[in-house]
Design a protein around this ligand. Structure first.
Ligand SMILES: NC(=O)c1ccc[n+]([C@@H]2O[C@H](COP(=O)([O-])OP(=O)(O)OC[C@H]3O[C@@H](n4cnc5c(N)ncnc54)[C@H](OP(=O)(O)O)[C@@H]3O)[C@@H](O)[C@H]2O)c1
Length: 254
């Protein structure tokens, strides 16, 4: 408890799944949280849940493809809480899937815009604020797909998410001297809306489950705890990493 006392955090993709659970955990650990996504109603109910549990949060709805939106989330952190220490840039989409010979230029570009360019734009404004107050911690949500695992039909997703690892390393090297840590978390399969949409039959779910050494997929809470570690001072000497939280998928061949 209280691992984020006096910290101020932004969490994107907070309307559902990993982001929602992580925002609640951050708040339970003492952080004041600015939560973002497009779905305003879901964000407001999250804020209400956090406040009912004794925490503090504000919602800022918008689309991560907009640079102005990232400025607005940072401004919300400053106006409401006076600083920014932590950013969990987690909003993401599967994007256009299917045989790569049939993927459209627009679909490919949009997937990169949401998963990769948006993360850069977020970090650009977040880090500028963090360095005014002695540093901070940025965590991006990448994935095992395109890193330790390849699946057919998800080239745009894999490209965008593996690009986040290069971004993580570049920013970690650039802003380490100013005490900004930057890490990527690489989940295996996590039981969220996105997972259920991608794996909509019991056969698909059994296939995915079997890829993991633990022979199950993760609960969002298991990712949230790992993000908490990277965000908190417990990880004070951890930067530039691609942190697999994948139930052993990367070492499983059975
Ligand atoms: N579930 C898995 O197995 C798995 C595995 C590896 C990595 N991931 C990654 O984990 C992250 C969270 O996904 P999840 O599994 O928790 O699924 P999810 O419940 O579908 O969450 C996706 C989140 O991203 C937000 N989002 C999507 N497009 C957005 C946009 N253009 N602007 C603003 N927000 C946007 C969504 O909010 P709105 O719809 O309200 O905008 C939602 O809050 C994603 O980056 C995903 O790629 C998931």
């Amino acid at each position: 408890m209280n691992r984020l006392t006096n910290k101020v955090a932004i969490v994107t993709g907070a309307s559902s799944g990993i982001g929602r659970v992580t925002a609640k955990l951050f708040a339970a650990e003492g952080a004041k949280v600015v939560v973002g996504a497009r779905r305003q109603v879901e964000l407001e109910s999250l804020v209400a849940e956090i406040k009912a549990a004794g925490g503090d949060a504000v919602a800022g709805a918008g689309d991560v493809r907009s640079e102005a939106y990232h400025k607005a989330l940072v401004a919300a952190a400053i106006e409401n809480y006076g600083k920014l220490d932590i950013a969990f840039n987690n909003a993401g989409t599967l994007g256009e899937a299917g045989p790569s010979t049939e993927v459209s230029e627009a679909g490919f570009s949009d997937t990169l815009a949401i998963n990769l360019t948006a993360s850069f734009l977020a970090a650009k404004h977040q880090i500028a604020e963090m360095i005014k107050h002695g540093g901070g911690s940025v965590v991006f949500t990448s994935t095992f797909v395109g890193y330790s695992f390849a699946f057919p039909g998800v080239a745009a997703y894999a490209t965008s998410k593996s690009g986040l690892i290069g971004l993580t390393q570049a920013l970690a090297a650039e802003y380490g001297p100013q005490n900004v840590r930057v890490n990527a978390i690489l989940p295996g399969a996590v039981d969220t809306d996105m997972y259920r949409e991608m794996n909509d039959t019991s056969d698909k779910q059994a296939f995915i489950t079997n890829l993991h050494a633990l022979k199950r997929v993760a609960a969002p809470e298991e990712l949230a705890r790992s993000v908490l570690y990277l965000a908190s001072d417990d990880a004070s000497f951890v930067t530039g990493t691609a942190t697999l939280v994948d139930g052993g998928a990367s070492i499983t061949r059975t």
